[in-house]
Design a binder for this molecule. Structure first.
Ligand SMILES: Nc1nc2c(ncn2[C@@H]2O[C@H](COP(=O)(O)OP(=O)(O)OP(=O)(O)O)[C@@H](O)[C@H]2O)c(=O)[nH]1
Ligand SMILES: [Mg+2]
Length: 928
């Protein structure tokens, strides 16, 4: 019924809300009550009764109890609306329609169950909702976690990628860095090598500079001697003028074998009959003057014979007539020489016209030689007035050659006039004669070939004069002596002399030259073509400054020998000898590596030889001249070694020398080197003596000893070994010490060796020193106990790469300063290593000083003084500590070392005296 009340629209079903609201409307609104009353009259009563129904609190206990029981019965007290409303409704219903009270109970129960169901549904829905919510929440959470996980993974992945990329980049960078580092190391290595090369080049340069200096000094010395000799020459000339005799010319014509020249037609070739006598032997009134220039003694008789020797192949050729002109000088005053009779009235040396004899033109020929040659009477232009001497290189060359060759020849001949000429059968050219083979003596046209080829006046005649030097040498003789050709004085021996001439010509030219070959064939077979020798001279050689090479290459030995003989004779031309001899020697020295010892020994022997020459001339001169291929040095050595011929005292005339004009004034030129000269030289004799005295160890030290004389130069880069030509070796006052010792500074790198030495020499501490490269040395002169000590202080490099170099040096050591750094235990520990090195080098008996440096760095000291002393005691060496920075204890150890060295030297001296009384102490002096 109530449903029907509530279901106003009669739908037959109601929702909970519709029912509740309908019920409320029914029971809450008066209208509904009215409507109920209208439909049912009773309800109007009930409304009035309701209004009179008391409130629950005011109701009597019975009704209230019944109501509560009713409500409790329903069991839905808490679900139903307010109890008051139910109370009123229940009261109203009991009043108005008590029969419905039961229905109300049922209705309420039903409604309660419905409410409970709705409540349950609600709770179920809430649970579902909660569950959905939780599910949703869980899903969201899960999703969130998944996303987070994914993000984390991606992050890790990115991180890993980044890390790997970083690692790759790092390794790549590392590789690049390593490559760069290697590159830097390589560059540093290259730089070090370059530095080493630079230092080597620097030392080489210094050596070359010192050699240059020596050469310059030698040149100056020679120039001085030249002037001196020129003065003597003038004196001699004056004497000769006074004693000028008659010169007669003898000519003889002979037939000679035709040479190859006939077979090889040459426009310049001249037949023997047509070929003119060289101008040298022409009818020239200046012969007298020419001879006078060379100091022929009074009443001298000169025979000049020139015969072109046959070439080897000429021997097989047909014989042709040969013209040999013999020239004899019997009256010196009778003849005048040269084309310049009035050009030099006083007989002073003069240069042939058109032949500049400057050093520049000489190109290698010693100026002295040029000067001498300029004075030579046998000049092309003298012989042939039509020629223009010296207008070509050949001309100059010939001038130089003729001068150098002819002059000695005349000089040699001069002494011979007093005695009989050497027998023809004398060994090696003793029988040689200066012969001039001239087909037609006065015909200038006969010289056409040379002149045609070379307009220079000197060409032809000089060639003729050049050839003689080689005349006497046997065919097998590779380097014939020109002097032998000149020295021979006696009757011409055509066949043999021609042969020798030919051979000598070959030797002169070394190889058969195109033109020379023809000249050589002139010999006995083609006598006149020999004169063409000059013309065909290869121009390229002349253009290359042939004058020098000719002397040194073409006729080296002969020239030297000739000069050597001239020297021995004591004649004026000693100068050319020196000039020529010394130059080739210097070249030989270069070719042989210029060992100092070699040089010194050479010079020593040379000096000796000079003296010996005095006593052996002229006989020995002749002999020497005839020596086949003796080099100047060999010759001098032979002279020096000749037994029973001691060198005469200085100034004394040479034994056997011809009394005459040249004897007196010539003496000075032949005196042995003076003291000053010896000092200027690397002191050969000194070194030789020392070598003999000092035994094996010291004999290795000639170079160092030569440095001894080093003047004030304190320090210089030495490279490895000093050279003899070192400017330091020049003589100086203090270069005459009482003692010379080699002291080597050893020790690790950075211990302060160089600083110590720098302080010792410069008296100041050097900052910013770089590590020593190779070896350096300084010379320190000390006056200790009134004795002059020269200490060669060798500063070695402590860096390991130079140790081998240092070891080589140790053999030289007289004393060793073994330095360590007191702030470096390592350097102290290496002291024994250095001692081992010393022992390995076999340097026994070396005076050793153990020196700890940098004692100013007391805070950083790692090696105590006691440790140093202890080690020194163990090793039995001296000990000291010093500071190069503060200058503490620098000189004292060196002085003590010098004293120790001296004591040791004295002890050695004593022991040596016991064994060999002749031994002398190691004392050095310019005169010792
Ligand atoms: N404090 C101090 N420093 C020093 C002294 N002597 C040298 N030195 C320093 O030590 C360093 C090496 O000195 P050097 O003289 O070049 O050493 P070294 O023994 O010649 O070295 P190498 O030539 O490589 O064998 C330099 O920096 C000097 O300034 C010293 O007495 N006291
Ligand atoms: Mg150093």
């Amino acid at each position: 019924m109530i449903f029907d009340w509530v279901d106003v629209e009669r739908k037959g079903h109601l929702s909970l809300e519709e029912f509740s609201s309908g019920l409320k409307n029914i029971f809450g609104s008066s209208q509904s009550s009215h409507r109920l009353r209208r439909r049912k009259p009773l309800p109007s009563k009930r409304v009035s009764a309701t209004t009179s129904f008391p409130a629950l609190e005011e109701a009597d206990a019975e009704e209230k109890e019944a109501f509560l029981a009713f409500i409790e019965q329903l069991g839905t007290g808490h679900l139903l609306p307010k109890q008051t409303e139910i109370w009123q409704l229940w009261g109203q219903l009991r009043q108005e329609e008590p029969q419905l009270a039961g229905n109300l109970a049922g209705f309420l129960a039903k409604m309660t169950s419905r409410l409970q169901e709705a409540q349950a549904d609600k709770e179920a829905l809430e649970l579902t909702l909660k569950k959905c919510d939780s599910d949703h929440h869980r899903e969201v959470q899960q999703l969130y976690e998944e996303m987070e996980q994914q993000i984390r993974q991606e992050k890790q992945q990115l991180q890993a990628e980044s890390d790997s990329r970083g690692l790759a980049l790092t390794s790549q960078m590392q590789d690049v860095l390593e490559a760069k580092e290697r590159e830097v190391q390589r560059l540093a290595e290259g730089q070090r090598e370059l530095e080493a090369q630079l230092s080597h080049l620097r030392s080489t340069h210094q050596e070359a500079a010192s050699e240059n200096q020596q050469l310059w000094e030698a040149k100056r010395d020679l120039a001085g001697r030249l002037e001196e000799v020129q003065g003597q020459l003038q004196v001699t000339r004056g004497r000769l003028d006074a004693a000028r005799g008659r010169v007669s010319w003898q000519m003889e014509e002979k037939l000679s074998v035709p040479g190859v020249g006939e077979k090889t037609p040459d426009p310049r070739a001249v037949s023997p009959e047509e070929a003119p006598l060289p101008g040298l032997f022409g009818d020239n009134d200046d012969w007298d003057q020419l001879l006078s220039n060379f100091g022929s003694p009074p009443h001298g008789a000169l025979q000049l014979c020139w015969s072109p020797p046959p070439t080897p192949r000429a021997a097989s050729g047909p014989q042709t007539p040969r013209v040999v002109r013999q020239i004899s000088i019997s009256e010196p005053q009778a003849l005048l020489f040269g084309q310049e009779p009035s050009s030099d009235p006083d007989g002073a040396p003069r240069t042939p016209p058109g032949v500049p004899f400057s050093a520049k033109d000489s190109k290698g020929v010693d100026p002295e030689e040029q000067d001498i040659s300029a004075e030579q009477p046998v000049e092309p232009h003298d012989l042939d007035p039509n020629q223009e001497p010296g207008s070509t290189p050949e001309g100059r060359l010939l001038w130089g050659l003729s001068g150098s060759l002819v002059a000695p020849a005349f000089k040699v001949l001069i002494p011979l006039e007093d005695g009989p000429p050497p027998p023809p059968q004398a060994p090696a050219g003793s029988s040689k004669q200066i012969q001039a083979s001239d087909p037609d003596d006065k015909d200038p046209g006969s010289w056409a070939p040379p002149r045609g080829a070379q307009p220079g006046a000197g060409a032809g005649p000089r060639e003729s004069t050049q050839t003689p030097p080689t005349m006497t040498e046997p065919e097998t003789q590779p380097r014939p002596s020109p002097t032998t050709a000149f020295t021979g004085v006696g009757p011409a021996k055509p066949p043999r002399q021609r042969d020798t001439l030919q051979q000598n010509l070959h030797a002169t030219g070394s190889e058969p030259r195109p033109g020379a070959q023809r000249a050589l064939t002139l010999g006995p077979t083609e006598p006149f073509q020999g004169l063409e020798f000059v013309g065909p001279l290869p121009t390229e050689r002349l253009e290359q400054g042939y004058t020098g090479p000719v002397v040194q290459e073409g006729l080296p030995e002969g020239l030297r020998e000739a000069h050597g003989r001239v020297l021995g004779l004591g004649e004026l031309p000693a100068l050319p000898h020196q000039g020529l001899e010394e130059e080739p020697r210097s070249e030989e020295g270069k070719q042989e590596g210029r060992g100092e010892q070699d040089l010194s020994s050479e010079q020593s022997v040379e000096a000796h030889g000079l003296e010996a020459a005095h006593s052996q001339l002229p006989q020995q001169d002749y002999l020497l001249a005839s020596l086949p291929s003796a080099t100047p040095q060999a010759q001098v050595e032979a002279e020096a070694a000749a037994p029973g011929k001691p060198a005469p005292p200085r100034g004394s005339p040479p034994g056997g020398a011809q009394p005459g004009a040249g004897a007196g004034p010539k003496e000075p030129t032949r005196t042995p080197p003076t003291m000053a000269e010896q000092e200027a030289q690397p002191r050969p004799s000194l070194m030789t003596a020392h070598e003999e005295e000092q035994g094996p160890r010291h004999s290795r030290e000639p170079r160092a000893e030569s440095r001894l004389e080093d003047p004030g130069t304190d320090s210089r880069e030495a490279g490895l070994t000093p050279s003899p030509g070192d400017p330091m070796a020049a003589g100086e006052p203090q270069a005459n010490p009482d003692y010379l010792f080699h002291v080597i500074f050893l020790g690790d790198s950075n211990v302060g060796k160089t600083s110590f030495l720098h302080l010792l020499h410069q008296n100041s501490f050097a900052t910013g020193l770089t590590a020593t490269v190779g070896v350096d040395f300084r010379v320190k002169t000390l006056l200790v106990d009134n004795k002059c000590f020269v200490l060669q202080l060798w500063d070695t490099a402590g860096q390991e790469r130079y140790h081998s170099m240092t070891r080589q040096l140790l053999r030289k050591a007289d004393g060793v300063v073994l330095m360590y750094d007191i702030t470096s235990q390592e350097s102290f520990g290496h002291v024994r290593y250095w001692l081992d090195c010393l022992q390995d080098a076999g340097s026994d008996g070396v005076v050793i000083l153990l020196l700890g440096n940098k004692m100013d760095c007391e805070e950083e000291r790692q090696v105590s003084t006691e440790a140093g002393q202890q080690l020194a005691r163990e090793l039995g060496v001296s000990f000291g500590e010093c500071s190069a920075a503060l200058g503490h204890n620098i000189l004292e150890p060196v002085v003590n070392l010098a004293r120790s060295l001296r004591m040791q030297e004295e002890g050695l001296k004593g022991s040596l005296v016991e064994v060999t009384p002749k031994k002398q102490p190691k004392k050095f002096g310019c005169c010792s």
